[in-house]
Ligand binder design. Structure first.
Ligand code: FAD
Length: 291
């Protein structure tokens, strides 16, 4: 493959304040550069319009995982390796750890960040379905201060999202749950490893006495953005997990998603796999209500 690297400028501010000053001054000309695992592919292919990059990798304020009584906070530069190494994430947010384990190879896991995965906004990315199912909240920072937004409201069209050019994604908050939950994450690709998803499914449910008390279902690669399937959730919420209720949820999901044919898969395959994964998730929740 021919590599085409145009001339560019990369600066590495020492502090987050300097970084935010730069972003605010540039009117959208400066692009944050975290692990670079998405950006380098585009840069080398000559597909990035930007010529000015601000390296954020060295900013300690954007690094670290904190746990308090109500939530786990992952700063934007948290890598997939960091996620996999964290005991609380393993115990309480296993779908995120699984997504991290199935993202790229070791080099990508050491360098790629959750912040980059979110802001790159690929509909086929592997962490977003898990983050949606866990009700993640994003925190953005700019010279005007911090603001929070539910992750489910962040993406609103293909590569369109609620972040301004003068803002950085600062942190991702995951609310902790006191309940026993069933967690179900499946990435379906061409191979078992190093594949881009054809369908990515994340479901989490609280089931008591065979009745679904809380449920979140999210999918990647079946729409222009990663989606939470709220109609399907409503169809199964407070329902006993009978065969009929599971089939009713599957019919609702079939009406809720509209996968497309593209280079990686077909509409029919994506739809069939999504429905099968939903059935499998709910059947497992019935057999094994608590994790
Ligand atoms: C070989 C290979 C395999 C891959 N496999 C997978 C896979 O299996 N699953 C998957 O989901 N992805 C995969 N990826 C994609 C990529 O590794 C991930 O999306 C990664 O998380 C991107 O993080 P990064 O820090 O490298 O982002 P970067 O490339 O640095 O940035 C990506 C985008 O996010 C923006 N950005 C980054 N951080 C911030 C921030 N804090 N605030 C505001 N904007 C920010 C950048 O400006 C850019 O637009 C793969 C990539 C490669 C090259």
């Amino acid at each position: 493959m021919r590599s085409y690297v145009p001339s560019y400028e990369l600066v590495s501010p020492a502090t987050i304040d300097e970084t935010l000053d730069l972003l605010a001054s540039g009117n959208g000309t400066w692009k944050p550069f975290a692990g670079g695992t998405d950006l380098m592919v585009l840069l080398e292919a000559g597909k990035l319009p930007h010529r000015q990059y601000v390296n954020i990798w060295q900013l300690d304020d954007l690094r670290g995982i904190e746990v308090d009584q109500t939530r786990v906070t992952l700063r934007a530069l948290t890598t997939y390796t960091d996620v996999q190494a964290h005991p609380v994430l393993h115990e309480e947010f296993p779908m995120l750890c699984q997504a991290a384990k199935e993202t790229g190879g070791l080099a990508i896991q050491n360098r790629g960040t959750l912040g980059g995965n979110i802001v790159n906004a690929s509909p086929a990315a592997d962490s977003p379905p898990a983050l949606l199912a866990y009700d993640a909240e994003l925190e953005l920072i700019s010279k005007s201060g911090l603001r929070k937004i539910p992750y489910s409201k962040f993406h609103f069209g293909y590569k369109q999202m609620d972040i301004r050019a003068d803002e950085l994604l600062f942190a991702i908050h995951l609310p902790r749950s006191q309940s026993q939950r069933v967690h179900y994450y499946r990435k379906v690709g061409t191979r078992k490893a190093q594949a881009i998803s054809k369908v990515c499914f994340a479901g989490v449910a609280e089931v008591t006495g065979n009745v679904v008390r809380q449920v979140r279902i999210a999918l990647g690669s079946v729409a222009p953005i990663p989606i939470r399937c709220e109609r399907t959730e409503a169809a199964i919420h407070n329902q006993p997990l009978t065969e009929g209720a599971i089939e009713n949820a599957a019919s609702t999901l079939a009406a809720e998603i509209a996968p497309i044919d593209d280079i990686r898969s077909t509409r029919d395959y994506r739809l069939r796999v999504s429905l099968n994964l939903l059935r499998d998730f709910l059947s497992r929740a019935r057999q094994n209500p608590a994790r």
